[in-house]
Ligand binder design. Structure first.
Ligand code: FDA
Length: 501
């Protein structure tokens, strides 16, 4: 509409008063596409029909972020913040609404990492990747680690905003559990830290999901202790090598293992890979596996000893024979992506695994299935300590479907596989509500609708309680305080809590 285009012009004028033109990329500038695509991880959201930003602001200073928020408020232009661009549903750079005019605030250049080795703490810019953080921590001291995800190109900004789960989480919790301070630009364009933002906002930004509460510029995190040498293994079993039996047993065993041992399962190409990180040497790992999971037959020949930082390379690339500098590579292969995820409270019966295997896993379009154990520290943190409520499950279950061929046939096949499995597993997984981790965004759960100019709380509860259970209401209460006009908004942002009538 004409009013939208005059808002757009006024917004661009407002930006250019305070931000150098070289950092303001409209589609007419030749680096627009390159910047847009630089951290797109899901090609589904750059297909024709998805709406692109009319401008990308490549912020290099906190003031650029403040200006963008202030100009956006003044001229009714919404912004989507992007750190690493790994959102499963492309929420940081695309919209499915053809009428939405939005700007992307790209934080990729705000990625400084300062390590305070004497206190084992770090300040990390949201635009840094997990790989950059792991590399910098280990470069400061080989016994520093950080609990976060297994993919090195994930952005710190979105990841810490939604929780952050990985190989150290059974010992040290989520990334968000290890955040000590943060610098945030709020809906008024103010720069706040832990002491000025208040404890409710500080609670909400550590797991309440990206976008809703402001723009987090940087995070102060606690670095955790890892031994100089850790041990990993990856053991593959096919169906006729008892994969189904082993997975059935794994469900109760893995969450009860000592905290120093993380044992996940990846099912792909009809093989189950049991992949472990042990915070200790091979001999002790062999003893631990014999004591807890003798059926897997793990032995000394399976061990690979290495530094912790090398183990992060191994976990993603499935080999340790690459230099650690690969962690500094900010881009990775792009593919089409659809993920659904769940949580499991009681081991699924062997029969359920048998039928999952024959009915779904043998199909050529089967997704990568990831089983990640909880237990350990995960289970000892209160479900209301942070917005992430899913502390007491045995494990998390992910159907991660990625494919390279374009076209609706491929897309529909993959999407219906993922949705079909999710439906079929209903009797065996979390209930009332289905429990989903917010960093595994899934728009099938529902999307926001407006009511009186702001996001409807009643409608948002449908998806919101799946991500946050009882914490959803508190998140909405925080939203009413810090962004009552609902400026920071997307398909699944937190709505303000309506005032009691
Ligand atoms: P992106 O920039 O897309 O942002 C995600 C959301 O947060 C968007 O809504 C965005 O607007 C908002 N946002 C981004 N930066 C913000 C900021 N600074 N302030 C406020 N809001 C902000 N998770 C996990 O826990 N463990 C894992 O092992 C993995 N592994 C993994 C592998 C791969 C290949 C993918 C694609 C994803 C994962 N994830 C994961 C999920 C990942 O944690 C999740 O997608 C994060 O939100 C990604 O953060 P980015 O900054 O990269 O995303």
């Amino acid at each position: 509409s004409s009013s939208a285009s005059s808002d757009v012009d006024a917004f661009l004028g407002c930006l250019s008063a305070a931000i150098p033109p070289s950092l303001i990329k409209t589609p007419a500038t030749n680096s627009y596409s390159e910047l847009l695509m630089s951290s797109v991880r899901n090609l589904r959201y750059v297909l024709p029909g998805t709406t692109r930003p009319f401008v990308i602001v490549a912020a290099t200073e906190p003031a650029h972020v403040q200006t963008t928020v202030v100009c956006g408020r003044r001229h009714s232009v919404r912004i989507r913040t992007r750190s690493g661009g790994h959102d499963y549903e492309g929420l940081s750079y695309a919209s499915v609404d053809p009428h939405e005019h939005f700007a992307v605030l790209d934080l990729g250049e705000l990625r400084a990492i300062h390590i305070d080795a004497s206190r084992a703490e770090a300040w990390v810019g949201s635009g840094a990747t997990l790989g950059e953080l792991y590399y910098a921590a280990a470069a400061a001291n080989q016994t520093f680690g950080f609990p976060a995800g297994n993919c090195p190109t994930v952005g710190v900004g979105g990841h810490l905003s939604g929780g952050g789960f990985g190989a150290l989480s059974r010992k040290y919790g989520l990334s968000a559990d290890n955040v000590l301070d943060a610098v945030v630009v709020d809906a008024e364009g103010r720069l706040l830290n832990r002491s000025t933002m208040g404890k409710d906002l500080f609670w909400a930004i550590r797991g309440g999901g990206g976008e809703s509460f402001g723009v987090v510029l940087s995070w102060k995190v606690r670095l955790v202790a890892v031994p100089e040498t850790v041990t990993v293994f990856s053991i593959r079993r096919s169906r006729n090598q008892s994969a189904v039996d082993l997975i059935t047993k794994w469900q109760a065993i893995a969450p009860a293992l000592p905290r120093d041992l993380y044992l996940r399962v990846l099912v792909q190409n009809q093989q189950a890979a049991f992949v472990a990180l042990f915070l200790g040497r091979c001999d002790r790992l062999v003893d631990t596996m014999r004591a807890h999971f003798p059926d897997l037959g793990m032995a000394e020949r399976d061990c690979q000893e290495m530094s912790w930082v090398k183990s992060t390379v191994f976990f993603f690339f499935n080999t340790a024979n690459i230099p650690n500098e690969v962690l500094l590579n900010r881009s990775n292969a792009d593919y089409f992506l659809k993920v659904k995820s769940d949580h499991v409270q009681e081991p699924m019966p062997r029969q359920a695994w048998e039928s999952l295997w024959s009915k779904w896993l043998e199909k050529p379009e089967a997704a990568l299935v990831m089983l990640d154990p909880y237990g350990g520290v995960m289970g000892s943190i209160s479900p209301s300590a942070t917005p992430f409520p899913h502390r007491n499950y045995l494990y998390q279950l992910q159907f991660f479907s990625f494919w390279f061929e374009n076209g609706t046939a491929a897309l529909e096949k993959r999407m219906s596989w993922v949705r079909g499995v999710y439906e079929d597993l209903t009797p065996y997984v979390s209930k009332n509500p289905r429990a989903v981790y917010v960093n595994y965004r899934d728009l099938d759960l529902g999307t926001n609708e407006l009511e009186g100019g702001v996001t409807s709380y009643a409608k948002a509860r449908v998806w919101g309680e799946k991500y946050f259970k009882g914490n959803f209401k508190r998140l909405a209460a925080v939203k009413s305080k810090v962004d009552p006009f609902d400026f920071f908004r997307n398909e699944q942002s937190i709505p303000p809590l309506p005032a009691k009538k």
